[in-house]
Structure formats: structure tokens, C-alpha cells
Design a protein around this ligand. Sequence first.
Ligand SMILES: *Cc1c(COP(=O)(O)O)cnc(C)c1O
Length: 359
Amino acid sequence: MARVFNFSAGPSMLPLEVLETAQKELIEFGNSGMSVMEMSHRSPVYDAIIKETEANFRKLMNIPDNYKVLFLQGGASTQFAAVPLNLMKTGKADYVVSGQFSGKAFKEAKKYGDAKCIATSEDKTFSYIPEITPDMVREDADYVHVCYNNTIFGTKFPEVPNVGDKVLVADMSSCITSEPVDVTKFGVIYAGAQKNMAPAGLTVVIIREDLMGNAREDIPTMLDYKTMADNDSMYNTPPCYAIYIAGLVYKWALENGGLEAMKERNEKKANILYDFLDNSTLFKATAEKNSRSMMNVCFVTGDADLDKKFCKEAADAGFVNLKGHRSVGGMRASIYNAMPIEGVEALVEFMAKFEQENK
Ligand SMILES: *Cc1c(COP(=O)(O)O)cnc(C)c1O
């Protein structure tokens, strides 16, 4: 077996133990006589799987009882529309545009109401997180939307933004379960699962109960949080297999110390990389120091040809998917929960060697 160190931004690495369990259970799950892929989502066996998945997710994230957890499809991108369709009561919402995905969310919201960009970091190619204060938020806005970790630019909110008593909605696709978060500070948290939790196909939404039931009348049924909550995410067929894998990932995270331990490990990994970058004469981190992401570390040499050479030689040495997003270039090392510390240490060693050879 030759597994590489995979720095993909998503879909991305899953814990090896999870893949091994899935492999063992692939052909027959328990004594069910069938694979999870072949089961009715309404069967008692599957019901136990989805319930256990939700219970472990709630435990891991410390989700209070007055929040619903929804297992949906359509990716985080579908939530860009679902959020305004469900939450725009007065028709106004405020957006922080700190990268490409939050820009897309803002653009989508404008289709359904009066969406306003209250802060952006576009002036410096999204290399930092703009400061947010409660007075920036419109008094009659229904919610404030942020992208908590900007996957493409490698920045993250250093703390939960202060939006006063406004409902805070966060796209946490690329940082969910990477560290503890105080769920009570958010009205809605959503995430495509393929970065840090599961294979692609599953989108997780955490929503405070009182925020449901205010959707526009013409909302597509499939996007209505209330419909999905009333039907325990089974209004239609959910992404059964991805939910099962997410369940294994949550169990793995709990068995490995929960989110406090994930944070400690993730900080250690990110620090190894950023410390190297800050002392390198060839490579340079692109995100400003107080806005740096622990999950997506973006860097450049300053020379596009050299970047290309680096990505190629790295891939040949077993460090794959280091090429930056097609819209920004450079390099990006995505180091989600499943990336072991050894992977980051080996990468830094390789980078030091490359630096020596390309002075
Ligand atoms: C990947 C990503 C998205 C898009 O997710 P899809 O599941 O592909 O729709 C949105 N927001 C963030 C922060 C992401 O990292």
C-alpha cells in the first residue's frame, strides 16, 4: 500500500482508521446482510446509523438541545441560497466578503433581497479578515453572514465576530470540527462535509430552532430548513453513505480526544509550517499573521515558474495537491484533522531541501 501525503483542499484526506473500518464493513454492515450503500434509508439498521452519527456530532461540537442538526445535499453552495430564502424576514441581510465563497454567498443573497456588503478585504487580495463591530450592522438586518475560514486564501476569523444581538450565520465548510466553537454564538452554521468530515455529497447545517419557520412562501421544499427538520433530514433520500462515513469520522475524533485535542494537534501542525515559512528565504506565507488559517496554509515563492517546479517535485516525492486554487496560484497546504503531524514535518523537510537547491 502506498498512501501519499494528500494536501487537497477538498475532497480531502480521511483518517486511515475510518477508511479501514469502512473497508471491513463495505460488503456487509453488522449482520444486516448488505452494504450501507444498499440499505433503505428507512430501515431500522440505517436509522440507528444516522441517529448515532447525529448523537456523536452533537457530543463532539457540544451542540445545545435548542439547535437542530440537518444532513442535507447540494453542498455549501446550495446554502448560499437556502440561508436568505429561510432567514430573510424583513428582506435585509449583511455580508462580510472575505474571500471567494463569501463573495458567492453575497451575490446569491442579492437575488432574494437587500443584501449589503458591510466589510471586505478585497483591497488586499483577501489576505486578511476585516474587523467587524456591531455598529457596522444595519439595525433591521435579519442576519450577518460570514465565511469563518477562507479555504482559498488561507485566512480565518481570529475570534467570533461581534455583531451585537444580530443572528450570526457562518459558512464553516473548511474549519468545522477543527477546534471547539461556542455554537450558542451562532444562529446557523453550515458546512460542506468534504473538507473535514466525510466524502463529498453531504452538507451539514446546525440551526437554532426559533429561526426556522420564517421561510419565503415560494421557497423550494428541498431548501426549507423546517421541512428538513420536521422530517429528521429524511424528507427525501439523504446522502446515506456519506452520513455513515461522517459518523465514523466523528467517532474517530471523539476517541482521539475531541475538539480540544484536534485544536492542539492542528495548532501544532500549522505552527510547524508557518514557522518554517516565516524563516524561509524562498517561501512566503500570503495571509496576514493575525488572520492565518490553521487548515489551509497558502504560500508563494514569488516566481510562478518556481511555484510550478515546486509543485511538480513535491508531487513526485509524495506530497500531492499542493497547487493553490486556480484563481490565485501559488501553493496551498490543506492540513485538516486527518493530516498527521508527520505529514507536515515531512513536507517542511522537503521544502527546506527545495530551498537549498533553488537559491
Ligand atoms: C468548499 C467550500 C464551499 C463550496 O462547497 P461545495 O460543497 O462545493 O458547494 C463553500 N464554502 C467554503 C468555505 C468552502 O471551503
